[in-house]
Design a protein around this ligand. Structure first.
Ligand SMILES: Nc1ncnc2c1ncn2[C@@H]1O[C@H](COP(=O)(O)OP(=O)(O)OP(=O)(O)O)[C@@H](O)[C@H]1O
Length: 337
């Protein structure tokens, strides 16, 4: 659906050249909700804006639905862009126009015949849950409602892709949840591929299927959200995960442990089964739980437990083998066997 190949965006500034995006290649499949995460300055906006050519890449290629956007100009580019909707952190609604006219504006710009505009705007307002707000002005709306207008406007011309630029970063947690479930509904019902950038890992955990982590203009890790949560490969990814799933154990507790400390990760349905209690029954070991949680990522459980094991060496080894045969991962994180 979206193929990005060796994309770079270099800005010329008074202080010299700044690499916004540095040789990024990514493939985003049709129907996915794809999250791009990174701290401020990592290059997320630059990359997202290159996807619809709001920024022209310095080099590299972007194919959307087989069309190489970088080769298009003028009217061809304008038509291709109609198939890519975009929403923004600060909404960018026209304050002098009503909700209805803000959405109609997109349709008029795409030369939709006047007699089809009213019906289409009403359909869009219905979809985003704002049918009763069509005659009000943006200043009379809450942040969440403004974003709903932004979404309706972005969907007006039936795009195949929706780009979301920090779409929930200006919203409170409850409103964020409602906007994320609207995006999920749009993805499911309209089969629109969604690419979102965010610095909030909970957004990715909530709705994305796959994700990339960016640092200094580069993608440093990429894959299924579930796999990345279960097995992060870089320190930065770990940091982002720990912003939503804390594994921190106070040093004073760790120092009081005498047995090996193990981290056990169960993936999928198995996460909710009683493997640890079976293990404790079968082996002559005792387990001192230091941390335990079952996270649900796209409704699939991911169980993470940290515990101190006490007992004879052979019994502990046997118990770890028992879990290893059933769990996805066992890691001794402190104290040898
Ligand atoms: N128009 C521009 N002119 C010059 N440099 C720019 C421009 N836009 C972005 N940059 C630089 O490119 C790098 C990546 O910025 P970008 O905004 O893409 O990152 P980001 O991850 O989206 O950060 P943020 O969340 O703060 O927007 C930064 O070093 C930034 O200063």
């Amino acid at each position: 659906m979206i193929k990005i190949r060796n994309l770079s965006k270099i800005y010329k500034t008074k202080k010299g050249l700044v690499k916004g995006v540095d040789d990024v290649s990514l493939t985003i499949q049709k129907g996915e909700i794809y999250g791009i995460v990174g701290y401020s300055g990592a290059g997320k906006s630059s990359l997202l804006r290159c996807i619809n050519l709001l920024e022209r890449p310095t080099s590299g290629q972007i194919k959307v639905d087989g069309t190489d956007l970088t080769s298009l100009k003028g009217e061809d580019l304008r038509l291709a862009r109609l198939k890519i909707g975009m929403i923004f952190q600060h909404f960018y609604l026209i304050s002098q126009k009503t909700v209805f006219d803000n959405i109609a504006f997109s349709l008029k710009a795409a030369n939709v015949p006047a007699n089809r505009i009213k019906g289409r705007v009403e359909e869009l307002l219905e979809m985003v849950g704002l049918a009763d707000k069509k005659d009000v002005y943006p200043s009379q709306l809450s942040g969440g409602q403004k974003q709903r207008v932004g979404i309706a406007r972005a969907l007006a011309n039936n795009p195949k892709v929706l780009l979301c630029d920090e779409a929930t970063s200006a919203l409170d947690p409850t409103t964020t949840k409602s906007i994320l479930s609207l995006l999920k509904k749009i993805n499911k019902e309209l089969h629109i591929t969604i690419v979102l950038i965010t610095h909030e890992m909970n957004v990715v955990k909530e709705i994305c299927n796959r994700m990339a982590i960016m640092q200094s203009g580069k993608v440093i890790e990429e894959g299924a959200v579930y796999d990345i949560f279960a097995n992060p490969q870089t320190e930065l990814t770990n940091e982002f995960i720990e912003s939503v799933v804390s594994f921190e154990i106070p040093e004073v507790i760790l120092n009081g442990c005498t047995g090996p400390i193990v981290k056990v990760i169960f993936k999928g349905k198995i996460a909710s089964e009683g493997i640890i209690s079976d293990m404790l029954q079968q082996f002559n070991v005792s387990g001192n739980f230091l941390h335990g949680s079952i996270e649900y990522i796209q409704e699939i459980p991911l169980g993470i437990f940290i515990m101190e094991l006490k007992g004879e060496k052979e019994e502990i080894e046997g118990s770890l083998q028992f879990i290893e045969g059933r769990a996805a991962q066992v890691e001794v994180i402190r104290g040898g066997l």
